[in-house]
Ligand binder design. Structure first.
Ligand code: FAD
Ligand code: SIN
Length: 532
């Protein structure tokens, strides 16, 4: 990355553990709006607000470096209807509803999809460069579940392009204070309103940030799982924080597995092989060199992700292998190199010549379709608390997100929330409540890491998608682990790594509980009063 160190090994943490003092005097800062997260959702929100009211003070927080987030790694692109001769909003809406298996909120789907061209124009205005075709118009890629080519992209590094350009834009804003390596542990509540956050700054100083509006833009939770395409920072912190504060969550069981991550068993983040490559004609093969996905759906490799991941998972069991193959050998190799340089280079560096070799792949936890329940402007069930981007549940994705609809959702809600906040924030005053400090404590890193590794070992595709018995069993195990964790570390919020690990465990519990058949959910709620 351009901005900081990346951590890829499970045993590496990004938080300093060398602070020895026990008690810290709590710093208290005031701002108008605190945004937790510097992915597309957080950055675009800061920019949109500043364009409309540059006098509003915004504090923007990032857990590690400014650019380390899911957005940075996005490959395929953004789904936008652009060619109104071949394509239409109606088709994009139908594709989205179909992928979501009947539980999307239709009004939300219509809104997000019809807003897309305007939001795209803004991204381009902010400096984001997108690939053009030979006639100089935007080049439109194809991905699974889309009935038309409608994915705008910057080669296979769309996220990197968006993230770096938006960082440049936001860093120029005088009213925005960016704090990196700031770990938000919890939301601050007063009379059932959210009045800001508390956490540890880059020097591990306990810091409270009091604000008139608090926005969670904390991204996903892929790190809950054994294999994931998400980076080290995607640990469900926003969902866990919101849950502890009593905010409503929904549809957390719908964790989307991306069918084609590179098989990299030792990496905490598996490298993604973009679905756009299947849109370009790649095949998925089993060990008998058969294209087996057609047995599951007439669209084969371009069926929606839930279907392709299921097909691969079944096939891996049948053949007793931990991987299947992606075959691009029949595709024009020069064009492949130009269109997908990130994938090409990564594969080459790992000894895979994609023009001759098959690419080993397996599904990876990729996207949290559910999340913190929000209304049409991103307001949660707690006053003065908002959520946008992957941590939120808007109703757009239903049970399964259509490819490249999530960057779109992030930018549309950033826009809509900004418009609303600039009008309504003046009537709110910052809280003057006396705040209870938290304490920083040194930790034994390895002891906590053991819990993480154990959790990730429990949390696999099959834990959610094989059968109820399996899910029940994993739920019980995670529940036990959670109890043990609570006994061992009473103050989960006394160190970033400790708190983050607790967030992972809590998020896993939430996902599993939501996956249980209804009767068990009631039973488990009665049995276990300690589960939040
Ligand atoms: P993120 O970009 O993940 O940002 C989260 C931010 O929150 C980070 O800055 C992080 O530091 C901060 N944060 C989290 N917890 C805390 C805390 N406790 N304290 C302080 N800060 C915190 N979607 C598409 O539409 N098209 C694609 O092509 C595409 N490709 C993808 C490829 C990969 C490999 C991955 C992983 C995802 C892809 N997605 C894609 C999904 C999409 O990238 C994400 O859903 C989207 O970027 C989420 O943006 P966000 O702003 O909500 O969160
Ligand atoms: C990909 O490029 O395959 C990811 C697209 C997405 O997650 O929407």
């Amino acid at each position: 990355g351009t901005f900081g160190q990346r951590n890829h090994q499970k045993s590496v943490t990004s938080y300093s553990t060398n602070v020895s003092s026990k008690l810290k005097i709590m710093q208290k800062k005031e701002t108008d709006i605190v945004i937790i997260g510097t992915g597309l959702a957080g950055l675009a929100l800061a920019k949109y607000i500043s364009e409309q009211n540059p006098n509003l003070q915004i504090t923007l927080l990032s857990k590690t470096s400014i650019d380390e987030c899911n957005t940075y790694y996005a490959q395929g692109g953004i789904a936008v209807v652009h060619d109104f001769i071949k394509d239409s909003y109606q088709q994009h809406i139908e594709d989205t509803l179909l992928a979501g298996k009947g539980i999307c909120d239709k009004k939300v789907v219509e809104h997000v999809i019809t807003e897309a061209p305007a939001r795209l124009e803004k991204l381009i205005q902010w400096g984001v460069e997108l690939d053009k075709n030979n006639s100089g118009d935007l080049d439109l890629g194809l991905e699974g579940g889309h009935s038309q080519n409608r994915i705008v992209h910057h080669k296979d590094k769309t996220g990197l392009e968006i993230e770096t350009k938006l960082i440049q834009v936001v860093q120029k804003l005088a009213n925005v204070t960016i704090k990196t390596s700031f770990f938000a542990t919890d939301l601050l509540l007063e009379n059932q309103k959210c009045i800001g956050i508390i956490g540890f700054d880059s020097k591990s100083e306990v810091t409270a940030i009091v604000a008139k509006a608090t926005v969670l833009a904390t991204g996903g939770s892929g790190q809950v799982f054994d294999v994931t395409s998400n980076p080290f920072v995607s640990t469900g912190d926003g969902v866990a924080m919101a849950h502890r504060a009593g905010a409503k969550l929904n549809k957390m069981k719908y964790i989307q597995f991306h069918p084609t991550a590179l098989y990299e068993p030792d990496k905490s983040q598996a490298f993604l092989i973009t679905e756009a490559i299947r849109g370009f004609g790649a095949h998925i093969l089993n060990h008998k060199m058969e294209r087996f996905v057609f047995q599951y759906h007439p669209d084969g490799e371009l069926a929606t992700r839930d279907i392709v991941s299921k097909a691969i998972s079944d096939q891996m069991k049948k053949e007793n292998f931990k991987l299947v193959w992606l075959d691009v050998r029949h595709l024009p190799s020069e064009t492949f190199k130009t269109k997908f340089p990130k994938v090409y280079t990564y594969c080459s560096k790992n000894g895979i010549d994609v023009s001759k070799d098959l690419i080993p792949i397996a599904p990876a936890a990729h996207y949290q379709c559910g999340g913190i329940v929000v209304d049409e402007i991103g307001a949660t069930s707690i006053q003065q608390l908002y959520a946008i981007g992957e941590c939120s549940y808007t109703g757009l994705h239903g049970a399964n997100r259509l490819a490249s609809n999530s960057l779109l959702e992030a930018i549309v809600y950033a826009h809509d929330l900004a418009k609303n906040l600039v009008v309504n924030i003046d009537v709110i005053k910052n809280s003057t409540a006396k705040l209870t400090p938290i304490y920083y404590k040194n930790i034994y890193h390895d002891e906590i890491l053991q819990f993480r590794n154990q959790l990730q070992h429990f949390m696999k595709y099959d834990s959610l998608y094989s059968n109820n018995k399996k899910t029940e069993k994993v739920f019980e195990m995670v529940n036990e682990m959670s109890k043990e964790f609570n006994i061992k570390f009473k103050k989960y919020n006394s160190h970033p790594f400790l708190c983050e690990t607790y967030n992972l465990i809590q998020t896993a519990e939430i996902i599993l509980k939501d996956s249980l058949p209804k009767r068990n959910r009631i039973k488990s709620a009665k049995k276990d009063k300690t589960t939040p």
